[in-house]
Design a protein around this ligand. Sequence first.
Ligand SMILES: [Zn+2]
Ligand SMILES: [Zn+2]
Length: 263
Amino acid sequence: MSGQRRVDHFLFLGTGASAGVPVVGCKCSVCLSKKPKNFRFRPSGILRLAQDNRQLLIDATPDFRSQALQFGIDRLDGLLLTHTHFDHIAGIDDLRIFNAWQKQNIPCLLSRESFDDLQHRYPYFFDETAQSAKFAFTRLDAPMGEIEFCNTKIGYCSYRQARMGVMGFRVGHFAYISDIRHYEASIFSFLKGVQVLVIGALRPDPSPLHLSFDEAIAFSRKVGAQETWLTHLGHFVDHDDAHQLLPAGVRLAYDGLEIACTK
Ligand SMILES: [Zn+2]
Ligand SMILES: [Zn+2]
């Protein structure tokens, strides 16, 4: 995308659950479907900031290389990491190519918990002599707050998915809250005034690690978002059929969808 934007945009690079859709070996109707909106890479997106055309990636999935090629991602100004489950970080080594193109370490914003886990899983990122992706880490020690990162005010808020701490992010009237199951009531003061909400919801039925569609809809109503996009969708979800279950203002996201971050 070229030219200056008037408002921030968010491009969905992936809207699938941890196994992606289709699921390898699955013969369900969604996995066998040829409808493009039923093809889902692992969950991630690019925040495109109007102010200076910066591009911030949210999570680096195992599909990152394919996502970058398919959606023409040729520059990265920063990485926001929600948490360190496989489906959100397994493509992080592939960001190395941007070190080469841009001749700098990639700024990365993450929680203390994610930072500690990254040190454990990817010790070579912290070895100056290693030929690997290189980052300039900004570690968030507080559970909630706001920070200047890549020239932009980023709000952050932590919640839990089983034993893993997850960060949700907010820029202006836009928020990205994925992999959420349990949260404190204070998340609603953090999200006050959000107009465009992206929220993780695995499927219509309840599940142990994610919100159901009804729970996500109730969450969005509490936030008061004008527009809500469900992401992190499993293979039980046929895009067209599922839309009939959703009330006005709540839609299913799909790979390649680009939305404005303000209403
Ligand atoms: Zn996930
Ligand atoms: Zn399936």
